[in-house]
Design a protein around this ligand. Structure first.
Ligand code: Q46
Ligand code: ZN
Length: 313
């Protein structure tokens, strides 16, 4: 198999694009696609101050590297879940990338703030680890953005993540979530930062190949709490479809983005009506209840709202 661009031996076969490429041509191809996505969907505008949510995995570290390479300077945020043998390793990789990029990374260490890791914290607030983790990540990432002057939170959600989430929402007809998976989620002035996903149309395999070919050292292991997650089953099913018919996942998501745009004004108004935004009486950030779950959790541990996080440069 030869590289479609230079004729040298190819290192990756991209069946959904009917092409095969060598390392350097794949890197150029991938970067161009992400740059085109950013431009086409207007993910970053002039004057924006974006920050990347990093986990130590292939997607977020590739994204952080790529954004800076494209000339969009970005710092990073890491939520340290305090998982033994996993979180420290992730932080090490993140610090190395931060050093190479010469960018700052903010770290919110759950373990030292709550005196226990995500597992213990979840038990204390009677949630499953992923639900407690989601709540803390959503809150802290937004909070760091707002407090530190960043206006766009950039996340590494890829084609496989988004396709499996959409598939799950359709399978169970979770109408309340169905139209909330957009490539860009709008800000609420003073309360909520804008969120964008530049890898929305890039597969997990492409992101991993980009990391390896670019020499980015990432954590290969997945979070131990992801074992048995439904999303992994959906990803497996979608990959079987993809194998039979290359390009299916990409068409699924591109079609979704088109459908989002084509929704009638009525449909959008109906959705807005059911989504009344309240703000936490304590911290002022968006909440469905009078006091947000994060503030409620802090109080349970006798902590206050003046958030503690570490900064590494
Ligand atoms: S939610 Fe659950 Fe993930 Fe948090 S506890 Fe791990 S698997 S990291 S995206
Ligand atoms: Zn609050």
């Amino acid at each position: 198999m030869k590289c479609r661009v230079c004729g040298q031996p190819a290192s990756i076969n991209l069946r959904s694009y009917k092409t095969a490429l060598c390392d350097s041509d794949f890197i150029a191809f991938f970067e161009k696609r992400v740059a085109t996505t950013i431009k086409k969907y207007r993910l970053i505008a002039e004057g924006d101050v974006p920050i990347v949510a990093v986990s130590g995995g292939k997607d977020s570290l590739s994204l952080w590297h790529l954004m800076n390479k494209l000339g969009i300077p970005c710092d990073g945020i890491y939520i340290d879940l305090g998982i033994e043998g996993y979180s420290d390793k992730s932080l090490d990789k993140i610090k190395k990338v931060a050093e190479t990029l010469k960018r700052k990374v903010y770290v919110f260490p759950i373990g030292s703030v709550f005196d226990r890791g995500i597992d213990g914290l979840a038990k204390a607030i009677r949630r499953v680890p992923c639900s407690a983790c989601g709540m803390i990540k959503r809150y802290m990432m937004n909070r760091i953005c707002m407090d530190k002057g960043y206006n766009v939170l950039v996340t590494g959600h890829n084609l496989d993540d988004e396709a499996s989430a959409l598939f799950g929402n359709i399978l169970y007809w979770k109408k309340e979530y169905l139209w909330k998976k957009d490539i860009a989620l709008e800000a609420k002035e003073g309360h909520l930062s804008r969120k964008v996903k530049p890898f929305f149309l890039c597969s997990e395999r492409e992101a991993a190949a980009y990391a390896i070919m670019s020499g980015i050292d990432y954590v290969y292991e997945e979070c131990p709490f992801s074992m048995g997650a439904k999303s992994l089953t959906y990803k497996g099913m979608l990959n079987k479809l993809e194998e039979k018919s290359p390009g299916t996942k990409l068409m699924f998501l591109k079609g979704y983005l088109r459908a989002l745009k084509e929704r009638t004004k009525n449909e959008i108004d109906l959705q807005e009506e059911t989504r009344e935004t309240k703000y936490c009486v304590n911290c002022g950030y968006p909440s469905y209840t009078e006091k947000c779950t994060f503030c409620w959790t802090l109080e349970k541990f006798g902590l206050h709202c003046n958030i503690i996080f570490d900064e590494y440069c």
